[in-house]
Design a binder for this molecule. Structure first.
Ligand code: PEP
Ligand code: MN
Length: 343
């Protein structure tokens, strides 16, 4: 159950409610910074109507409560001067890893000319092999921020470990939790305490309920700004890097109020399949996409097979915008004239 308290409720009334719950051995969680009490184990509670501080109660029988659609229709919030979850399709793009000044500045310049407002780039990279390129670290964050500022863009980058939280907070507008960290509950707890959006990727073996419970960790800490990102799951079939589970988009829309975007790059693992997967994500009702783009894909230091060239990305953008238009929707990149015009 969720108990939403009145915004202007006085401390004494809240205390009376909390004391009542404690006396009746009812397990609860007060959400910091929000006027919400989560009853963590479902029970019928008598006499709640007597508490003046209560605005509304919602019976929620799923293990996740704050992530549930039962109490909230949709969530939208700002990312810098942009916003997400308001029906506009967000297109976030950039290289897998920040590699050098030239690479990130040329990518930011190109993307911003097309109207892209959020620049992605990894500075601390989770790599399967410790001998692979693992990112430039702090220098990468600084380059990313400088490039984004020059072209008036927001920054999304991965937070690999809670010990890096202060550092990443200094440079990022959105903190990405990678697929390998969806179950890192201590990190999720820390992200519940910040006041910046968190892009929570689905673990590559994450069940829907586990993913929503990972989101619940952040929400229950008081941070309501969570974006879910489907990025593909492991399967028996080695012919593609991952299986992009697009069916989860409408499922999440049924279950949760949180915005959900799709990562067609990791989801398919191959540049040829990124555009069709992006179009499918737009058609199935996602709130946006997160796409890997590189000025010279064959030379990319990470995920080169799935990186789009500038030309390929521009084509993807044009076709996605055209598709959205046909669906009566709009991308956040629009109002910027594009060169290519094919569907
Ligand atoms: C990435 O976005 O570059 C990344 C490492 O993603 P994932 O966590 O989905 O593998
Ligand atoms: Mn990548």
């Amino acid at each position: 159950m969720i108990i939403v308290l009145k915004q202007n409720s006085v401390e004494a009334d809240k205390l009376a409610l909390v004391n009542y719950l404690t006396e009746h051995h009812i397990a609860y969680h007060l959400v910091p910074q929000q006027h919400i009490v989560v009853i963590t184990k479902e029970s019928n509670i008598d006499n709640l109507s007597e508490f003046a501080c209560i605005e509304r109660t919602y019976q929620i029988n799923t293990p996740y409560k704050l992530a549930s659609k039962i109490w909230k229709e949709s969530t939208s919030f700002n990312i810098g001067s942009n916003s997400i979850g308001n029906g506009i399709f967000n297109i976030m793009a950039g290289p897998c890893s920040v590699e050098n000044e030239d690479q990130i500045f040329s990518t930011a310049e190109f993307l911003s000319k097309l109207g892209v407002k959020i620049l992605r780039g990894g500075a601390y990279k989770p790599r399967t092999s410790p001998y692979s390129f693992r990112g430039l670290g702090k220098a990468g964050l600084q380059l990313l921020r400088k490039a984004a500022d020059k072209y008036n863009m927001g920054v999304v980058t991965e937070i690999l470990d809670y010990s890096l939280l202060d550092e990443v907070m200094e440079y990022a507008d959105v903190l990405q939790v990678g697929s390998r960290n969806m179950h890192n509950f201590y990190l999720l707890d820390q992200l519940g305490k910040i006041n910046k959006p968190v892009l929570l990727k689905r673990g590559f073996q994450g069940k829907t309920v586990e993913w929503l419970l990972a989101a619940e960790y952040i929400l229950s800490g008081g941070n309501a700004q969570v974006i879910l990102c489907e990025r593909g799951i492991r399967s028996f079939d080695p012919s593609s890097r991952n299986i992009l589970d697009l069916g989860i988009v409408p499922l999440i829309k049924e279950l949760s109020h949180l915005p959900i975007i799709v990562d067609p790059s990791h989801g398919t693992g191959n540049a040829l399949r990124v555009k069709p997967a992006s179009l499918a994500a737009a058609a199935i009702g996602a709130d946006g996409i997160l796409v890997e783009v590189h000025p010279n894909p064959p030379k990319a230091l990470s995920d080169s097979e799935q990186a789009l060239s500038f030309e390929e990305f521009e084509k993807l953008l044009t076709e996605t915008q055209n598709l959205l238009k046909a669906l009566g929707k709009q991308a956040d990149t629009e109002s910027i004239p594009l060169k290519t015009e094919s569907l």
